[in-house]
Ligand binder design. Structure first.
Ligand code: DP6
Length: 378
């Protein structure tokens, strides 16, 4: 490496929307039709790691994504880069101004399945923007970076923050801001179920464009549903009211997938395993006589389940009896739960029809912090 070259390595978390973003009022600027709320997952088990290097000797911007050469000319990548360079060019430090003219080499990888509905573009663009800001030693506020990450992928603006995050559709600039820190609800756990998937579905950008053009239900949601739901969800989070939080989360996921069906031609993101998970959760809650588990699904068949720590062993045991086909310490990754013998009541949930193997594995984790610099000197 040239002695003038510099590099920085950072990691950024994924976030899971509990009030969904679906549809834009401005495609180029990536302005959403409605506010959304997400939960940032801890980076102990799921993250994007990005190394950015700048040097006067580089002749073009380049990007390697999960070991594959990507296009450094991509519009969204270039939008993020040019906004970051503008900030660097206006720095009071002359060395930063000089570096703003250099080309960059980006190497980025995710340690979770990409393009399967696990928010890889969110952690990816959040990590890109955060890493470049570290590299240029920008003194930008996190909300400024949130607006820049949004230009890469809408949901990325939420991954700049830890904890519980709201993205405002009508703020100037259009940014996300935290509702509560990660430590606010320490008992909350997330179980990500990676569902076997062979079909390739329509990407979020194309899917939401199609919904915005054709779905009357999306219009109804934006006009009459989301505003109240956002306020109710915010209160549920601040009060740590799991029952309220869980019901709104499930209803919002269901409405999002109803909009997908109302889109013309329709979008199918969930599959029969996703539906089996939804049924299992409702029957489990019924037997437990209270809402103990919530599900949500993005633009893919993987389920993200929320529950409190006190319920983890009981629910994980049932889930494993239904779907697990590998040893328990392979099926559960992350914070591997202790399993119990399912009690008689919940044992009735294990169906006769074999669903084993339809969930490949699960990742159990906590609510977590925003991006981090992991340079040895960072
Ligand atoms: C279903 O952020 O991937 O995950 O802004 O076009 O890049 P673009 O879309 P993206 O959409 C995510 C949609 C979602 C819901 C959500 O995360 O709020």
């Amino acid at each position: 490496m040239d002695c003038k070259s510099r590099s920085s390595t950072c990691i950024a978390p994924i976030n899971i929307a509990v009030i969904k973003y679906w549809g834009k009022s401005d495609e180029e600027q990536i302005i959403p039709l409605n506010d959304s709320i997400s939960i940032t997952l801890d980076t102990d088990y799921m993250f994007t790691k990005t190394t950015a290097t700048i040097g006067p000797e580089f002749t073009q911007d380049s990007i390697v994504l999960n070991n594959e050469q990507g296009s450094g000319d991509g519009v969204r990548f270039q939008n993020c880069l040019s906004e970051i360079r503008k900030l660097a060019a206006s720095s009071k430090h002359s060395s930063t101004v000089e570096k703003s003219t250099w080309k960059v080499a980006i190497v980025s990888e995710n340690n979770f399945p990409t393009k399967a509905g696990l928010a890889s573009s969110a952690s990816g663009y959040a990590c890109l923007v955060f890493t470049l800001a570290q590299l240029y030693e920008l003194e930008s506020h996190q909300s400024e970076l949130s607006a820049l990450a949004r230009r890469g992928s809408g949901s990325a603006c939420r991954s700049l923050f830890g904890g519980f995050v709201r993205w405002f559709h009508d703020s100037q600039p259009c940014i996300a801001r935290p509702i509560a820190e990660a430590e606010h609800w320490p008992e909350l756990r997330c179980l990500v179920a990676v569902v076997s998937n062979t079909s390739k579905s329509v990407g979020s950008t194309e899917g939401m464009r199609r919904s915005a053009e054709t779905s009357k239900l999306l219009e109804h949601r934006v006009k009459h549903v989301v505003r109240d739901r956002i306020e109710d969800m915010k209160m549920a989070i601040l009060e740590k009211n799991f029952v309220k939080f869980a019901e709104i989360t499930m209803r919002d996921s269901n409405q999002f997938h109803a909009i997908c069906l109302d889109t013309y031609p329709p979008l199918f993101y969930m599959n029969s395993t996703s539906q089996a998970i939804i049924q299992l959760v409702h029957r489990y809650n019924q037997i437990r006589r209270s809402i103990k588990v919530a599900y949500t699904f993005d633009a893919g068949p993987n389920a993200v389940l929320f529950l409190e720590q006190a319920e983890i062993s009981r629910f994980a045991s049932v889930f494993y009896s239904v779907f697990g086909s590998t040893p328990h310490d392979q099926f559960f990754r992350g914070k591997v739960p202790d399993l119990l013998d399912p009690t008689e009541d919940v044992a009735s949930l294990v169906p006769e029809k074999a669903l084993k193997g339809q969930v490949q594995y699960t990742i159990v984790c906590n609510v977590g912090q925003g991006p981090k610099n992991i340079d040895p000197t960072g």
